[in-house]
Design a protein around this ligand. Structure first.
Ligand code: SF4
Length: 180
């Protein structure tokens, strides 16, 4: 059976995505690497939710050591309006690198289920990294299953985030603005 490493941004996006790739015949493991989630305690709440889901779904979960918030800011400061490109690259690059080092056949991300993410950009960066690292990037447009995924996690009563992750997105969400 082929093995895929699934970068997981949160439990709510992971639930259906894991089922999808299992249905496609993959053995799925998840990777937690999200230094874009601020502040730190919000990161911890989302990680705890992911750990609960992993237990419920018998999903192996690899948690990277450290919280590379400094790397995140070093990459995005000065490019705030384009920050998602740097953010996706940081997270997917770690996923591709880990997948290659641990003998996975492919990598992918739960971000592909979210209608709130820049879908084409994710696909572009995933494909670029696949070429650079020599490992397959699994692509699927799962956006129509976003609500199904949330229905799956509802009975677990997990922490639900109110904004994408970074402090910029928190500001945009509550002040109802767009950073330019
Ligand atoms: S809005 Fe979301 S995807 Fe974009 S940089 Fe912030 S955390 Fe990353």
């Amino acid at each position: 059976m082929k093995k895929v490493l699934l970068h997981s941004c949160c439990a709510h996006c992971a639930a259906y995505t894991v089922s999808h790739w299992r249905q496609q015949g993959y053995e799925v493991s998840a990777l937690w690497y999200n230094p874009n989630i601020h502040p730190y305690m919000e990161h911890q709440h989302r990680l705890e939710a992911m750990q609960t889901l992993a237990q419920e779904m018998s999903l192996p979960l690899i948690t990277t050591s450290g919280y590379d918030i400094i790397d995140y800011f070093r990459q995005v400061v000065g490019h705030e309006s384009e920050r998602c490109r740097y953010c996706f690259r940081l997270r997917l690059s770690k996923t591709a690198e880990t997948a290659k080092a641990m003998g996975f056949d492919a990598f992918t991300t739960t971000l592909l289920i979210s209608p709130h993410q820049k879908h084409d950009l994710l696909q572009e960066i995933g494909n670029e990294l696949a070429g650079e690292r020599g490992i397959d990037f699994l692509y699927a447009d799962l956006r129509k299953r976003y609500s199904d995924s949330r229905r799956m996690t509802k009975p677990l009563n997990l922490h639900r985030q109110q904004y994408c992750g970074c402090v910029y997105s928190e500001w945009e969400r509550y002040a109802n603005i767009t950073i330019k």
